[in-house]
Ligand binder design. Structure first.
Ligand code: ADP
Ligand code: MG
Length: 1079
């Protein structure tokens, strides 16, 4: 979208002076200064551009800038010369209006630069193409050529144009350039022969001498040294920042581009060289015989070289410098020239030569650049003419120049006001008259055909008789005395009589740009601009085509006695033509101002600028512009710019722009007198109103900017949010997918594992079952096979040979067994149980049987043996067996008792009458009756006692009397102690506390010890109500004697008397029994 901007944006000061508030000279200057200080060198007054010379290059002429200003409305961007150029070019192209660009200003204010900028802008924006580019290039390259020949360094400007230039650029209907025409005005030719202090001759001389090759210089018979030439001032030959040598190359190049032929260039250079040579020709006086002074050429070398260069016969030229021929009415009169006249003639020739060369150059360039097509052209004229000049010493040239500026001012006033007026008419706005200074009166003073200064001058020049500058001034004094703008000391106007600032030889004119004092000296001569006919004829005779061309009046065939028009008249005519030309075109003004006299950047000399502002009439310009309406703008851009100030027009107005503006103004309540509606534009009377609108717009823009920011930020956040949301969905979708994939893989692998386990388990189970089944089948098969085998074998066994072996074996065994048993029957041992004999076994394998049979036989034999016994015998044997159980291997006495039969009643009590009494005392059956020794407890001596044993008690009775000494019921007997020895001692131990125990235990000795003890034991064993009797067998035991316990100890190796046993009481506690040593 294109950004709509305006001149009003980012203004420094005001961009358009029309908007200056309040309007005064001070504020005007202040605004210029402010803008100048900010490098804003351009300011508008309506459509006029004021240009301040920056004296430095600014970055505002770049191709980018060209693009920026291209096709933009004039007030759309900040003021620029490009805006003006663009406006002019577009109205030329689009509205078919011829344009002229009038650049005015003092010398050095930047006119030439401005004209170049305009041309380069137009060249940049107009059409392109090979042909078009060539034309453009030629148009642009004409500048360096003309500058080299027409510009010089002056005190005001290092590159001051010393001629006026007007260039018409021609375009076709598309706006493509076709060509151009250059007109030049009044070259300051006096500069060729003399330059004021601190100034220089035309650039081309210096360029030629510094830039040409040695070869060229030699051909031109020149030396490089400036000081060799009288016409070149030396004090400022070299100019800072000007490279003459480089410029020479540029000029040569430009000439080539413009279309100069090589020989033409050569001719031009020869002419330039000739001028230099001419300056070096000097004269010396020589008296002639008739008394008149004559001049002679001093050193003929320069003359000779010059003639060689131009192909002139030396004598012809020499003569022309010495004589002057005046022709009048078919009479020819020759007079000699004195030295001064000779010098005058020389300089006149040099000036003419140079200025004619310059004119020729312009026409030659025109020839090249003129439009080829014969169709109708559109024209843009660019006028770069010398500005108003006020020097200390002002002469004819200044007069002419200032006259020209008066004319330009005139046209400016006319055109500007006319334009303004026309616009109001066009727009249907009422026109109010404005007071302004019209300089027509000054123009009239100068150019009036009857009594104008130029006419007076011509009259003087043509008047016969003595004509001097003084007579001319006298004439002025009489004729112009009454004129308001003419001042002279000797005029009839007495008010100047005492004005000492006005010398007698001068007159003063009040120009629109200020008063200028002109010295009349030289006016007549310069107006006449005389070149002696002899010289022009000499030139015509030259064998040089260019020279010949330049002096056509030298042709003797065309001798014209009529005087050529004077310089003043010539100029007046050409200015008149120019003015008429300009009036047909649409003017565009560039008013150049120079900020200081020092050619320095950044310096703003207020007085100087103020002066320029005054004489350029800029303040009046503003006033005129503002007299009606300060500001105007077409409805569309106006509505576009301010539409945001009203709700009805914002953001879009549908309908005609004018109505929109009307609604807008009504809404803003702008007073009706402040503006008018034209046909296509709104006119605003007061800048204040515009600034009010601008201020409102600025505020509104801020609000709008805030709104846009708000909406933009909202939009940005929202779109960011949406984007993030969208991204989040994408991210989470991807993540979920990833997570689900991962989970799925896990589940899948877990499932696979579980499956594989299950399948494994199932498979193993199946395998097990199948194996089991197989085993079962195998088992069944095996069993049935075996079964069948068994069945079959059983059936067929009898037919098997293998059975024979077994049968034979069984038979043999049977036979052997038969034989064994029969043998055994025959060799049976005796039936005595103690017979140890037993036949030897015949076969080893009968070992077990043999032993078993022996045991069975022995048991059977013993049973048979026992079967023979009676009850008594049986009892005897039982007792014997019991004795063996108690004593066998425990007591040494036992083996000797085995063979003794247990008799029991050794005393035969019942039979023996001696023991009748005793027998009667015993009511029980006596089981044993024997005599024993009762050991005395005190000394160990034995006393014989009868020992009776019944089923219930033990009785001790006196042997002799048979009296029962002691009766001990069996239950009172606790135990019996015996020794291990072969003695017959035994102790009856009584139960403690029993009645029998009162007298203590009994220590007895018997020969039938074994039998006694066995029987005691046996009673105990058989009696069901009694405990088993304990039998202690040991060599030391305790015996209770009354209160004392006495130890009975058995010692071997006792008495020497053989086998008997002795018993001795050793002490209270010990009773020692000696027994024979067992072998
Ligand atoms: N726009 C510009 N930018 C930079 N320098 C400028 C500009 N205009 C003028 N000048 C400087 O001022 C000098 C004089 O300008 P010029 O156009 O020759 O003046 P005028 O033609 O009015 O006598 C130039 O040589 C140049 O140095
Ligand atoms: Mg200039």
């Amino acid at each position: 979208m294109e950004v709509k901007t305006s001149l009003l944006d980012n203004m420094i000061g005001v961009g358009d002076m029309v908007l200056l508030e309040p309007l005064s000279e001070d504020s005007f200057l202040e605004n210029l200064r402010k803008r100048f200080d900010h490098s804003e060198i351009y300011t508008y007054i309506g459509s006029v551009v004021i240009s301040m010379n920056p004296y430095r290059s600014l970055p505002i002429f770049t191709p980018d800038k060209v693009e920026e200003y291209r096709n933009r409305n004039f007030y759309e961007l900040s003021p620029h010369i490009y805006a003006l150029a663009d406006e002019a070019y577009r109205s030329l192209r689009d509205q078919d209006k011829d344009q002229c660009i009038l650049i005015t200003g003092e010398s050095g204010a930047g006119k030439t630069e401005a004209s170049k900028l305009v041309m380069s802008y137009v060249a940049a924006v107009c059409g392109k193409g090979q042909e078009v580019n060539k034309v453009k290039e030629q148009l642009l390259q004409s500048n360096p050529v003309l500058e080299a020949f027409g510009n010089a360094k002056t005190v005001r400007n290092d590159n001051s144009s010393r001629f006026g230039k007007y260039m018409d650029i021609e375009f076709d209907f598309k706006g493509d350039p076709l060509g151009g025409v250059i007109s030049n005005y009044l070259l300051e030719k006096s500069r060729v022969v003399k330059q004021p202090r601190g100034e220089r001759n035309f650039h081309v001389f210096y360029q030629l001498l510094s830039g040409a090759s040695d070869d060229t210089l030699k051909k031109l018979k020149l030396e490089r040294d400036f000081s060799k030439y009288n016409y070149l001032s030396l004090d400022s030959a070299a100019v800072n920042g000007l490279d003459d040598a480089a410029n020479f190359r540029t000029v040569r190049n430009a000439m080539q581009i413009v279309g100069f032929m090589e020989d033409e260039v050569q001719s031009v250079l020869e002419l330039v060289a000739a001028v230099l040579k001419l300056g070096n020709i000097e004269f010396k006086p020589e008296s002639r015989c008739n008394g008149t002074d004559e001049s002679r050429v001093k050193d003929k070398n320069d003359l000779k070289e010059m003639c060689e260069l131009l192909g002139i016969e030396q004598s012809v030229l020499e003569r022309a410098f010495s004589y002057r021929t005046v022709e009048a009415k078919l009479e020819k009169v020759s007079t000699t020239l004195n030295v001064a006249q000779a010098y005058y003639a020389r300089d006149a020739l040099a000036k003419n030569l140079y200025s004619r060369l310059f004119t020729w150059l312009v026409s030659r360039i025109n020839e090249s650049i003129k439009a080829q097509a014969k169709t109708r052209h559109k024209v843009m004229g660019v006028l770069d003419i010398y500005g108003f000049e006020i020097f200390e010493d002002n002469s004819f040239e200044q007069f002419i120049i200032n006259y020209c500026n008066e004319k330009l001012q005139q046209i400016f006033i006319e055109l500007t006001l006319r334009e303004e007026q026309e616009e109001y008419v066009r727009e249907g706005i009422e026109w109010t008259n404005i007071e302004y200074f019209n300089n027509a009166i000054i123009c009239d003073l100068i150019e009036n055909n009857q009594n104008g200064i130029l006419a007076m001058l011509d009259e003087e020049c043509l008047r016969p008789g003595t004509v001097t500058d003084e007579t001319f001034l006298d004439k002025l004094n009489t004729i112009c005395a009454e004129h308001q703008h003419f001042e002279s000391r000797l005029s009839k106007n007495s008010k100047f009589l005492t004005d000492h600032s006005l010398p007698h030889s001068c007159f003063r004119i009040q120009h629109y740009a200020g008063k200028v004092l002109y010295r009349v000296e030289g006016f007549v001569d310069k107006n006449n601009d005389l070149l002696y006919r002899d010289l022009s004829q000499a030139m015509y005779k030259a064998n040089h085509s260019l020279i010949k061309q330049l002096f056509p009046e030298g042709n003797p065939a065309k001798v014209n006695l009529k005087r050529p028009p004077t310089a003043g008249t010539q100029f007046k005519t050409s200015v008149g033509t120019l003015m008429r030309n300009l009036q047909t075109k649409n003017p565009n003004y560039i008013r150049c101002i120079k900020p200081n006299d020092k050619k320095a950047s950044h310096i703003f000399t207020e007085s100087l600028v103020c002066h320029q502002v005054r004489y350029l009439g800029l303040m009046e310009n503003v006033r005129v512009r503002r007299a009606g309406y300060a500001f105007r703008q077409a409805y569309e851009p106006c509505l576009e710019r301010y539409k945001m100030l009203c709700k009805k027009t914002w953001p879009h107005w549908r309908g005609p722009a004018r109505e929109g503006v009307e609604v807008l103004m009504a809404d803003l309540q702008v007073p009706a007198e402040e503006f008018s509606y034209g046909r296509s534009k709104i006119f605003i009377r007061n800048p204040r109103t515009l600034f009010f609108l601008e201020e409102r717009r600025r505020q509104c823009l801020q609000d709008l900017a805030a709104l846009i920011q708000k909406i933009y930020r909202g939009w940005k956040c929202r779109s960011r949010f949406l984007l993030m949301k969208k991204s989040q969905v994408v991210v989470s979708a991807w993540y979920r997918r990833y997570a689900q994939q991962k989970k799925y893989k896990q589940v899948k692998s877990a499932t696979t594992v579980v499956q594989s386990y299950t399948r494994g388990w199932q498979a193993r189970k199946l395998l097990r079952e199948l194996k089991y089944q197989k085993r079962c089948e195998e088992a069944v098969t095996t069993i049935s096979a075996f079964w069948h085998g068994t069945q079959v074998r059983r059936e067929y066994r009898k037919f098997f040979r293998a059975n024979a072996g077994k049968k034979i074996y069984e038979f043999t065994i049977q036979r052997i067994m038969q034989k064994y048993f029969l043998g055994l029957k025959s060799s049976m041992p005796s039936m005595s149980p103690i017979d140890r004999k037993w036949p030897a076994r015949p076969y080893r394998f009968l070992d077990g049987v043999h032993t078993e049979l022996r045991r069975i036989f022995h048991l059977w034999r013993c049973k048979k043996y026992r079967g023979q016994f009676t009850e008594e015998r049986k009892a005897v044997y039982e007792e014997k067996l019991e004795a063996s159980e108690i004593f066998k291997d425990k007591k040494a006495l036992y083996p000797s008792s085995v063979s003794q039969p247990f008799k029991g009643d050794y005393l035969e009590i019942s039979k023996n009458p001696k023991y009748q009494k005793l027998n009667s005392a015993v009511d029980e059956k006596v089981l044993l009756a024997d005599v024993v020794n009762k050991i005395n407890r005190a000394n160990g001596k034995g006393t014989a006692r009868i020992f009776l044993l019944t089923k219930k008690s033990v009785l001790l009775a006196d042997q002799k009397t048979g009296q029962v000494k002691a009766s001990v019921p069996l239950p009172d007997v606790a135990s019996v102690s015996v020794s291990t020895q072969s003695d017959g001692f035994f102790a009856l131990k009584l139960k403690e506390g029993s009645a029998s125990a009162v007298k203590g235990d009994f220590l007895l000795s018997s020969e039938h010890l074994i039998e006694i003890i066995t029987k005691l034991h046996r009673i105990g064993a058989t009696a069901a109500d009694r405990e088993q009797l304990n039998v202690d067998i040991s060599d030391e035991f305790l015996v209770q004697f009354k209160q004392d316990k006495v130890c009975v100890k058995f010692i071997q190796g006792g008495p020497k008397n053989g086998s008997s046993v002795s018993c001795k009481r050793k002490n209270n506690r010990l009773l020692e029994v000696s027994v024979p040593t067992t072998a």
